[in-house]
Design a binder for this molecule. Sequence first.
Ligand code: SAM
Ligand code: SF4
Length: 319
Amino acid sequence: MRDRFGRDINYLRISLTDRCNLRCEYCMPEDGIKNKIPHCDMLSLEELYEITEAFVSLGINKIRFTGGEPLVREGAVDLIKRVNALEGVREVTLTTNGILLDDYLDELLDAGVKRLNISLDTLDPVKYMEITRGGDIARVLKAIGNAKAKGIKPIKINTVLIGGFNDDEIPKLVGMTRDGGVDVRFIELMPIGEAAGFARSRFISNEEILRRIPELVEVDRDDPSSPATYYKLPEGKGKVGLINPISCKFCTNCNRVRLTATGKLKLCLHSNREIDLKKVLRNGENLEKAISEAILTKEEEHHLEDQKYITRNMNQIGG
Ligand code: SAM
Ligand code: SF4
């Protein structure tokens, strides 16, 4: 599928649920979601499959499952396996907080997942418990170790940089890339959802990583549509990625669209505009036609530089 600006749209990110087993301070309210989505407003697994099938028939070949926490949705792994078996699908991937990952690792491998993104903002058990409001880092580290041992590659650790919280851990986090088992990507904190109130005062530009670790050397990007700029330690085997959604635009290479658990198609992460594919599906209308028409309205670029931020929380979109 080509959009109006000639971009080949081949990547779909699906949020399987807005629920989560953690309560990261910048993402989820402490007491969970305030307005719980009624069950009938959520896409069933079968509906998610049907919509995904329509996207794949139109040329989507890479699918990432995210959330909320995708692994808390019952039946997630079966859905991933069915989607992976669709003709035309080149890759299925998962973004997870890692808490349940070890329990599902073998099933996920069997379902066809070859790459993983795991969110981890600190290596300190007490700080991890604090930022996630109760998470046990030992579970995540065990899952990362086992995923490495089972040959999942790449494993990308996603770290949101938060001033005064984890900037002192930059050398340790970068050091995780030495043996090549994982890449570590630093993401700038975005002032949306739960982070709206404190993101500006705790914001640290990714430039800080290069200032603290000047020996990092920029390396060629193997995927031009990746939002990350990649670096390596001189003796490092893994990569260090910097994702700067605010200070750096990667819109010209954008190849992705997003589907929420309630069936809303988001053509740009940073736009509030959504297209209701659940309605199209439940009214028995033509999904392929609705998707093809929608793609032609994909925004050219975001306007974060003008401080135009979305109103949805990240747990509803999946990052
Ligand atoms: N629960 C899964 C996880 O944490 O990996 C998947 C969903 S989570 C919403 C996806 C990513 O969004 C995580 O890496 C998280 O750190 C990031 N995220 C959430 N809120 C954010 C914010 N305000 N700014 C930057 N990244 C954010
Ligand atoms: Fe849950 Fe992921 Fe949001 Fe943390 S960032 S609360 S793990 S959805």
